[in-house]
Design a protein around this ligand. Structure first.
Ligand code: BGC
Length: 756
């Protein structure tokens, strides 16, 4: 299946020598492919991504070391994840596409849809969520926006790239159900719905095989199951054995040139190890990139894009706590702004996505601007320095004195640039001690205290959470983040972000804790499908703030939930959401599904649909959510299929993953043909059978002599004790052949049901 929007170029490859074709399989340099000038095929420029364009024209690197041309730094994925709004992702994608065209870039590397397995992953700022549905929807919207501007995307990092520790060698050891249900669906959704031009094969190994030479991933799943027709590109330096990569389905090795690998590919074709047709196919896919790429446009409107960056950043920040409505800041109050990040913002993180922004807002200036209109005096004290310079005590004392002399104090805290980046994982969730001490000292002195956080990975709120009145989690908001934070603090914008990942009480509570980041070359995904909120919801372990949590300056009510099945394996949920407060605002309706049906352990609830709706005060909207087969399915590893078990499903509307505000049950016929019963089937399997189970006891009792039959009915523990015993042994406990005819008849009924 070749998507209609990815065309294979009509080029006669027999005109090119094997050597020339093999050379096309790696880049001509760090950021571009080799052109075929005599066939009119230009070089294709690929650069990072994804929340802005990192176009380097001088020295090249993929670690964020050397400069790049100025481009707009939009909110990174951690913030977009918290927007829960595909529209935000699509608008960023489109703006990045426009800038890419202006900067002569044909493919922007991203988005990254890897799952946040551990809150410590150093690259969590580049990923959307701990949930695959949310990640997939946002990733697809980004790709659609960007490719709508004629600039290809590179969906990364395929697959199971969930940590930085030992990232180029570690084997992610993951069972297939977990891969299918947690780590692959976001990729699957983006590939099937948005058709990215390229997919980037990750550095790590998956179950012992390098992702860049993993045939099951790159060919069987990606191409044969999902119909991917674009080019598979290696992560920069991820190719180890170029022939194995070619055989697995990789097309383009980056960066280039890689003359030794070119020679190895030529030799492999000559030796019969690699068919030339494999080389030809890869070459065609690479040349197709040039065919589809839009030409360079004149420029981009940096001011308009900066305004857009500010507008979208305001959609992303999450209001975690707001006691007694301390926010928005009331006019006339004296405001103390404390913390170095107010003046020198943390707005992006280190590594290959590090951009050179066109402008940079800081919250302090933006607050001063808005404060003037409202008659709020604003005074500032740095309180701490992120590099540890200066006299800590003096800085803190000055901040405390300022807080004491003000009505409300806003502390800007977070992680410094050096504390998180691509390339390494964090080893703690805590804020630097100097900041925790500052927050506590200020909170003790101030009338009211608001904390604004800037961090790419989740930070712990323990040790100071209860001492402050409000917390606004900004994560990393891009170059317009300072302005957006001011808009939110003063109420010009209404917070509408929701957590895309759980904030735990303790790192030790996280399900990956004992298996992160692995040892001796392996990281075992021992928690299986119980990732993030799936684990906390199932075990009941307390969290500080659950996945999906976020407050607003207005209030919402959800009512009138109805759920009806729309087929054997699908349902529709409808509800009405109303803005019951006094300000316009956006609510995120979250639909979760939970079930005990089926033979595998399911998480307590899983996000299966969501929508962000903007409502004026008093406005109501009725929404319908179609819950397709996958909303109810588990991956059945025995039969290698998605299966919907017959049974009851709870459809829940969650304020977040922990707090359910409405629920309704729906019974689905499902698609698993009931098992045919034999005398080898256990008594438990007979009882669990959807057709026979409900009549079994009645039939057995009727077939037995009266005294035995009544004993069976009055001794439930006997039934429990024989649960795992094959029926032939259970029958053996009864004298004679009283049950034979009955069992024969019931087995025949199960055979008929199984053929349905
Ligand atoms: C990163 C990729 C990035 C590439 C090119 C690698 O180190 O993992 O995400 O696109 O470099 O900079």
């Amino acid at each position: 299946m070749i998507p209609k929007d990815i065309r294979m170029p009509d080029i006669d490859l027999s005109r090119l020598s094997l050597e020339r074709k093999a050379a096309l399989l790696s880049g001509q340099d760090f950021w571009s492919t080799l052109p075929v000038a005599d066939a009119g095929i230009p070089s294709v420029v690929l650069t990072d991504g994804p929340h802005g364009v990192r176009r380097q024209v001088g020295d090249f690197d993929h670690m964020g070391i050397y400069e790049s041309l100025a481009s707009t730094c939009f909110p990174p994925a951690v913030a977009v994840g918290s927007s829960w709004d595909p529209e935000v992702a699509a608008r960023i994608g489109a703006a990045v596409g426009r800038e890419a065209r202006a900067l002569g870039v044909h493919v922007v590397l991203g988005p990254g849809v890897n799952i946040k397995r551990s809150p410590l992953c150093g690259r969590n700022f580049e990923y959307y969520s701990e949930d695959p549905l949310l990640s997939g929807r946002l990733g697809a919207a980004h790709v659609r926006g960007q490719q709508g501007e004629g600039v290809g995307a590179s969906l990364k990092h395929f697959a199971a790239n969930n940590q930085e520790t030992d990232r180029m060698r570690v084997s992610a050891d993951v069972d297939e159900r977990t891969l299918r249900e947690i780590y692959l669906p976001a990729f699957e959704h983006v590939v099937t719905e948005a058709r990215p031009a390229t997919v980037m094969a990750a550095y790590n190994k998956v179950n012992g095989v390098h992702a860049a030479q993993h045939r099951w991933l790159l060919t069987e799943v990606l191409r044969e199951e999902w119909g991917f027709a674009g080019a598979v590109v290696s992560d920069w330096g991820a190719v180890h054995d170029p022939v194995a990569s070619m055989l697995a389905g990789l097309d383009l090795e980056m960066p280039g040139p890689a003359p030794e690998n070119t020679r190895r590919i030529v030799a492999a074709v000559r030796d019969g190890e690699l068919e030339e047709s494999v080389v030809d196919t890869a070459v065609r896919r690479i040349l197709a990139l040039a065919d589809g790429a839009a030409g360079q446009s004149g420029g981009f409107d940096a001011d308009a894009h900066h305004r857009l960056a500010r507008e979208l950043a305001a959609e992303c920040a999450v209001l975690l706590k707001n006691d007694d409505d301390v926010l928005p800041l009331a006019p006339g109050r004296r405001i103390a702004v404390i913390g170095e990040f107010a003046a020198a913002p943390r707005y992006q993180a280190g590594g290959s996505s590090h951009l050179n922004p066109t402008r940079l807002d800081n919250a302090l200036d933006a607050m001063r601007e808005l404060a003037t209109e409202r008659d709020n005096p604003v005074a500032y004290a740095p309180g701490f320095t992120s590099d540890g310079s200066g006299d800590t005590v003096a800085l803190r004392e000055a901040a405390v004195a300022l807080a004491r002399a003000s009505d409300v104090t806003v502390v800007f805290a977070g992680l410094a640039e050096g504390e998180e980046s691509e390339g390494f994982d964090r080893d703690t969730l805590h804020l630097p001690a100097v900041q925790v001490e500052l927050i506590r000292a200020v909170a003790a002195a101030a009338g009211r205290t608001v904390v604004v956080l800037s961090n790419g990975g989740v930070v712990s709120l323990e040790g100071w959470h209860d001492e402050v009145d409000a917390i606004l989690e900004g994560f990393l908001l891009g170059q317009g983040g300072g302005g957006a934070l001011a808009d939110l603090l003063f109420g010009d914008a209404n917070p509408s972000g929701r957590l895309a990942e759980t904030i735990p009480v303790r790192l030790e509570d996280n399900p990956s804790f004992v298996n992160f980041p692995g040892e001796q070359g392996h990281v075992r995904y021992g928690e299986g499908v119980m990732v993030g909120y799936r684990w906390y919801g199932t075990t009941g372990a307390p969290v500080r703030y659950p996945f999906g949590h976020g407050l607003s300056y207005t209030t919402f009510a959800v009512g009138g939930l109805t759920v009806e099945s729309t087929g054997d394996d699908s349902a529709r949920a409808s509800l009405t959401v109303t803005n019951t407060g006094t300000r316009a605002g956006s609510h995120v309706v979250q639909i979760y599904v939970g079930t005990q049906a089926g033979p595998v352990r399911r998480p307590a609830r899983e996000l299966r649909a969501f929508a962000k709706v903007r409502l004026e005060p008093g406005e109501s909207r009725t929404l319908s959510f179609d819950l397709g087969r996958r909303a109810f399915a588990y991956y059945d590893v025995q039969d290698a299929v998605w299966a919907v078990a017959p049974g009851d499903y709870l459809v829940q509307v969650g304020e977040n993953a922990e707090h359910v505000s409405a629920e309704a049950s729906v019974t689905l016929t499902g698609d698993a043909a009931p098992q045919e019963l034999t005398l080898e089937s256990t008594f438990g399997e007979w009882i669990a059978h959807p057709v026979i189970g409900s009549v079994l006891l009645q039939e057995l009792t009727a077939a037995l002599p009266a005294d035995q039959g009544s004993r069976l009915g009055s001794r439930p523990e006997l039934l429990q004790a024989v649960r795992d015993v094959p029926m032939k042994r259970v029958v053996g406990l009864v004298e004679g052949d009283a049950l034979d005819a009955t069992l024969e008849r019931l087995m025949e009924r199960s055979r008929v049901a199984g053929r349905r």
